[in-house]
Each structure stands twice: as C-alpha cells, then as structure tokens.
Design a protein around this ligand. Structure first.
Ligand SMILES: Cc1cc2nc3c(=O)[nH]c(=O)nc-3n(C[C@H](O)[C@H](O)[C@H](O)COP(=O)(O)OP(=O)(O)OC[C@H]3O[C@@H](n4cnc5c(N)ncnc54)[C@H](O)[C@@H]3O)c2cc1C
Length: 107
C-alpha cells in the first residue's frame, strides 16, 4: 500500500468513527515508526512466523523500575494473543500502582 492509499484509508476510517467532518482534515501527518532507527530494527520488518513463546519479563537494572512492558508479547501466558495483551496490560498497571504506592512522590 502506498503512502497516499494509507492516508486515504486512515481518513476514511476516522470519518466512519467521527462523521463526515473528519473527511476534510486541516492536515495529515503520517509517521512510520518502522523508519525510526531508535524504535525499530531491520528484524522488525520481517513478519512473525509464529506466536512468541512466554519469556521472562524481568528487565535488568536500571530499567526494572523505570519501564513497564505492556505488550502482548510480554504476557506470562498467551503471548501474541488478545488474552496476553490484557494480561500484560494488567501486569504493567499493577506494577505502576505498586510503585506509586511505595514512592508516591515519584512521577
Ligand atoms: C491479523 C491479525 C489477527 C489476529 N487475530 C487474533 C485472534 O483471533 N485472537 C487473538 O487472541 N489474537 C489475535 N491477534 C493478535 C492480537 O491482535 C494481538 O496480540 C494484540 O492486539 C496485541 O495487543 P497489544 O496491546 O500488545 O499491541 P497492539 O494491539 O499492537 O497495540 C500497540 C499499539 O501501539 C502503537 N505503537 C506501536 N509503536 C508505537 C510507537 N513507537 N509510538 C506510538 N505508538 C506505537 C500501535 O499503533 C498500536 O496501536 C491477531 C493479530 C493480527 C495482526
């Protein structure tokens, strides 16, 4: 799909969600995060051949208390599925809540 086709499809979807006014946006900014060297690697361009196997979600220090991974791939069960996405999101929220209870002054 080319850039314009992608923009057209996105605008059409916004119009389905928010009504015909969304068909005439003032501007459209399309940013492909896969082009960002700090976000994606060439390996990310390869389609996954299978659902991932569960992996340890314990990050090394100093990231452990600073980054909470909420994607399905980081779920203890069902990684790569919707159930895994819910589990991973819940896990990240619980970790954040526990962190805020322990250190309410940190944001
Ligand atoms: C075609 C298809 C069919 C599927 N069918 C099923 C099924 O039948 N049953 C099932 O259980 N699972 C199915 N899945 C898998 C399921 O959809 C995913 O496991 C689940 O949606 C993952 O949820 P998530 O919250 O981890 O990530 P996502 O739903 O991928 O959400 C991540 C979000 O982050 C955004 N994002 C990514 N990078 C950035 C960035 N750098 N900056 C800002 N935003 C960013 C993305 O745009 C996206 O909105 C299917 C997946 C696909 C692709």
């Amino acid at each position: 799909m080319g850039r314009q086709a992608l923009v057209d499809a996105a605008v059409a979807q916004l119009a389905r969600l928010f009504g015909p006014e969304a068909l005439t946006p003032q501007a459209v900014h399309l940013h492909d995060w896969a082009d960002e060297a700090e976000t994606a690697t060439p390996a990310d361009a390869q389609p996954a051949s299978a659902h991932p196997t569960p992996m340890s979600t314990a990050l090394p220090v100093p990231w452990r208390d600073r980054v909470h991974l909420a994607g399905s791939e980081f779920a203890p069960d069902f990684p790569g599925y919707l159930e895994g996405a819910v589990q991973a999101a819940e896990q990240a929220v619980y970790a954040l809540q526990a962190q805020r209870r322990a250190h309410p002054w940190k944001r």
